[in-house]
Design a protein around this ligand. Structure first.
Ligand code: ZN
Length: 65
């Protein structure tokens, strides 16, 4: 399977889903996610959440002190 084929043939497989964030087609069987996002966007969200948690903890610390 090439990248070109996955774009041309929409009905070749049911498990292929398009990402909610970048609208990229990815295999849902290989990366089962209930969020409907591709693995690369999943990592991005994970990093953003991690930074958000660090920032929130910093604010909480300075708020206490
Ligand atoms: Zn994506």
């Amino acid at each position: 399977m090439t990248h070109h084929e996955s774009f041309e043939k929409h009905d070749h497989h049911v498990s292929d889903k398009s990402c909610r964030i970048c609208s990229l087609t990815y295999s849902h069987e290989e990366n089962p996610s209930s969020l409907g996002i591709c693995p690369s966007c999943g990592y991005k969200i994970l990093i953003v959440l991690l930074i958000f948690m660090i920032v929130t903890s910093y604010i909480a610390w300075f708020g206490v002190l």
